[in-house]
Design a protein around this ligand. Structure first.
Ligand code: SF4
Length: 352
């Protein structure tokens, strides 16, 4: 389980370090009467009570300090936002408190607003109250019921790894079996035969959306592996909303393709070849690639970010990137949703 990142925000010398030390039960951060003692964010991994479990306490430098050093502390504090799961904001009467509270809310980060000095027990209990509910989510959500037959369309072309299925396909097959469904796997060539089982749902590789859509009845529910993964690992509503930016792209706009890992691209690579080609049919945009940890700090130059399916990345990473994009005011979507949109299929597919 990813540890919960709990970051402490507040004006310089508002008592953040005192509270972090009290929660940790040890001196994690240096406490001083002198304003601005903490500069770089200080992190402490810890096991917390009240069912919170593994967590990382992040003591930030804070805000509201004057001068170049103050600006640098504020920059370092902002850099923590994209990896924060829960924020504790210590209000000390500083005018910037309201600005930060509003910014945290805008970023979709659950916030515990407290006065300094706050007690440990109360703070932890209030953190529990705002924790995002992490109920176990099925990839296929409410799209299937026990006994349903589900056709899975999985092209085994040059892009498919030799001798094995890719992780999302394996995960979906396993989940369907666990849920008492009957998966029926095929390639686009054998789809017609597979449809004889009269499936309740068709799940396809998004690269063959149009082909599959043309081959199945118009009222047969259709979705893609990437859409199922997007719903589990990211935020499907944000991604669908972000895909709307595709219609507004202008010549010269910069579009960032963000890959969660580094891999050797194929000649038919979805993020480097297929999506850019489809985008350029709409507008002469500049497509840039960021692989692995090269996700840019400054997202403001981009008109749109299209994230990969994150098959080997954590939900935490995808959510922190979504948050970063929202903070920068840049629409973000992912491969599956973008492909559905670019192929005119977004209205057609069912979302989990
Ligand atoms: S994590 Fe992203 S870039 Fe890496 S293989 Fe999976 S979809 Fe592709």
């Amino acid at each position: 389980m990813d540890p919960l990142h709990i970051a402490f925000f507040g004006a310089t010398n508002s008592g953040k370090s005192t509270l972090v030390n009290a929660i940790a039960g040890q001196e994690v951060s240096l406490v001083s009467e002198k304003p601005g003692t903490t500069t770089d964010p200080v992190r402490k991994r810890i096991e917390l009570p009240y069912g919170i479990g593994p967590a990382v306490l992040v003591d930030t430098a804070g805000y509201g300090d004057e001068g170049t050093l103050g600006a640098e502390r504020e920059r370092l504090t902002r850099s923590v936002l994209d990896s924060t799961d829960v924020a504790v904001l210590l209000r000390s009467g500083h005018p910037a408190d309201a600005v930060w509270e509003e910014m945290l809310g805008r970023a979709g980060i659950p916030v515990v607003v407290t006065e300094s000095p706050a007690g440990v027990e109360t703070t932890l209990q209030r953190i529990v109250q705002v924790l995002p509910r992490e109920e176990k989510r099925f990839l296929t959500g409410n799209l299937v019921r026990p006994g349903d037959k589900v056709v899975l369309v999985m092209p085994q072309d040059s892009e498919a790894p030799k001798g094995r299925l890719i992780l999302p396909q394996v995960q979906v097959i396993r989940e369907l079996l666990d849920r008492g469904c009957i998966p029926c796997c095929c390639t686009p060539d054998t789809l017609e035969k597979a449809l004889e089982c009269r499936p309740a749902l068709v799940i396809t590789d998004s690269q063959v959306f149009r082909q599959v859509n043309a081959a199945i009845p118009a009222d047969m529910p259709l979705t893609s592996f990437s859409i199922l993964l997007a719903a589990q690992k990211g935020d499907i509503r944000t991604f669908v909303e972000g895909a709307g930016a595709i219609d507004r792209l202008q010549p010269g706009d910069r579009v960032l393709i963000a890959e969660a890992c580094t891999h050797v691209p194929d000649t038919e690579d979805i993020g480097r070849v297929k999506i850019p080609a489809l985008l350029r049919k709409r507008a002469d945009v500049r497509v840039e690639i960021a692989a692995g940890n090269d996700f840019p700090e400054d997202l403001s130059p981009y008109a749109l970010i299209i994230h990969c399916g994150a098959c080997v990345a954590t939900a935490h990473l995808v959510r922190s990137r979504i948050r970063k994009a929202l903070l920068a005011g840049v629409p973000i979507t992912n491969y599956g949703i973008a492909l559905a949109k670019l192929q005119g299929m977004l209205e057609r597919v069912v979302l989990p």
